[in-house]
Design a protein around this ligand. Structure first.
Ligand code: F3S
Length: 425
């Protein structure tokens, strides 16, 4: 072991930093060590799983494609399971969608570079829904998808900071991350006490709650005092989704999008809150009381005069099996007048197809879309200018990143717009 300005590296880590395994691994180790120094980490910890974000060519541009391709050509290979966030299109559908080769070709080069590094091309923001990738309580992770970080830390009790794109890739290549932030007990305590005094009935309500809380607490750690009353019990098998997981998925995504929350606790419900109880609330925690979600809906349903919707999108974060089932049940025997995307991961879509849900949605004229979402796909190229969603994060990001006008409401309202061809209040 060698100390470097208080950072302790093992002999093996020293070798990686010295380039014993080649320039690609050295570059990765330099990134991890630089972050460790910036954040004052004492040492590095092995990670069980890495989730890479920022995969779309829309975000990366040519410089990002070149950087990743060079890294792969230098021989860098991942040494732990590593999965990918959504990219800018679905692999088998981009031509029929009208995506130009000028976008598709560099996008496919990005995936080629990751696959050359040994990354599993899941192209989904919900690795915790996939058998084989769902983390366990206490696992150290290096995840870059902020919604997944909130879910893993809060609902599962695993540990991850909000990694950046390159730092997650680097963590996958060296199998380690710096021990700081949410890997440490002292940073996981709550510094906001949130009381919710209004009923929460839908995924959209949890999205609206995420707006209100995220805006107030920023990067804080909220403790929800009474939210367990609005949630069914957490299922044993989280990979199937279900009403509890679907609500918490959207809550964490919105808290991370409207604020920068990476961990939250729900009294008597989430694992660390169940074990530690109110001791998890730090002295001096601020208090936030929420009596109504009206203001949140007013802001998130940003274009109240909008009736004509180009695309209804469900599945942000990517839809679980239970969400796809819910859409299929509503659409059975119906014919859509508006384009519908239910966005999900390939793995979930395959399971949904086995159960017949995909076929029902497609028979109605909708698409169960894998690999991408309406934020990271080039929506202008797809001629989409107006959208409707039940997801808080989508309502936040799509207007910013895809330049669309947006309606926000519960899933029944969104599907009604898809069936009737217009948003009806
Ligand atoms: Fe996932 Fe796209 Fe939403 S990456 S969290 S579906 S914005």
């Amino acid at each position: 072991m060698v100390g470097m300005n208080d950072l302790i590296l093992t002999d093996e880590e020293q070798d990686l930093l010295a380039g014993v395994e080649g320039p690609g691994v050295r570059r990765a180790m330099e990134i991890v060590v630089a972050l460790a120094r910036i954040y004052g980490a004492a040492d590095l910890i092995p990670v069980k799983h890495v989730q890479i974000a920022g995969v779309s060519y829309k975000n990366l541009g040519d410089a990002g494609v070149e950087f990743l391709s060079r890294w792969a050509a230098e021989g860098a290979r991942v040494r732990v399971p590593v999965t990918l966030n959504p990219m800018g299109m679905e692999r088998g559908k981009w031509q029929s969608w009208g995506i130009q080769p000028g976008f598709a070709t560099p996008q496919l080069s990005v995936i080629d570079a990751f696959e050359a590094m040994g990354v599993t091309p899941t192209m989904s923001c919900t690795p915790y829904l996939f058998p084989g990738f769902k983390p366990q309580r206490g696992d150290a992770l290096a995840w870059a998808e902020s919604s997944a970080v909130a879910f893993a830390n809060s609902v599962i009790g695993a540990r991850s900071n909000r990694e950046g794109g390159p730092s997650a890739v680097a963590a996958g290549i060296v199998g380690r991350t710096a021990r700081y932030g949410y890997h440490l007990d002292e940073n996981r305590g709550a510094n906001w006490l949130v009381e919710v005094r209004t009923p929460l009935k839908s995924v959209a309500d949890f999205g609206a709650l995420s707006y209100t809380v995220g805006k107030a607490v920023g990067s804080g750690v909220p403790w929800f005092a009474d939210l367990a009353e609005s949630l069914p019990p957490l299922p044993g098998d989280m990979t199937l989704g279900g009403p509890a997981g679907d609500r918490l998925k959207t809550l964490g995504a919105g808290l991370a999008a409207y604020g920068a929350v990476a961990v939250y606790h729900i009294a008597d419900y989430t694992p660390e809150a169940r074990d530690a109880g109110p001791e998890l609330i730090r002295p001096g925690a601020k208090r936030l009381v929420i009596d109504s979600l009206e203001d949140a809906y007013r802001v998130m349903d940003a274009d109240p005069d909008l009736r004509k919707i180009d695309l209804v999108t469900i599945g942000c974060p990517h839809a679980s099996l239970s969400e796809i089932q819910q859409v299929a049940e509503v659409l059975r025997g119906k014919h859509l007048k508006t384009r519908l995307w239910v966005t999900t991961g390939q793995i979930t879509r395959e399971r949904a197809a086995e159960l017949g849900y995909v076929q029902i949605i497609e028979a109605a004229g909708g698409e169960v879309v894998a690999d991408t979402c309406a934020v990271v796909a080039p929506m202008r190229m797809l001629d989409v200018r107006t959208m409707a969603t039940n997801a808080g994060k989508m309502a936040c990001y799509a207007p910013m990143h895809s330049g669309v006008k947006m309606r926000f409401g519960d899933v029944e309202q969104c599907l009604d717009a898809a069936v009737t061809g217009e948003w009806r209040n």
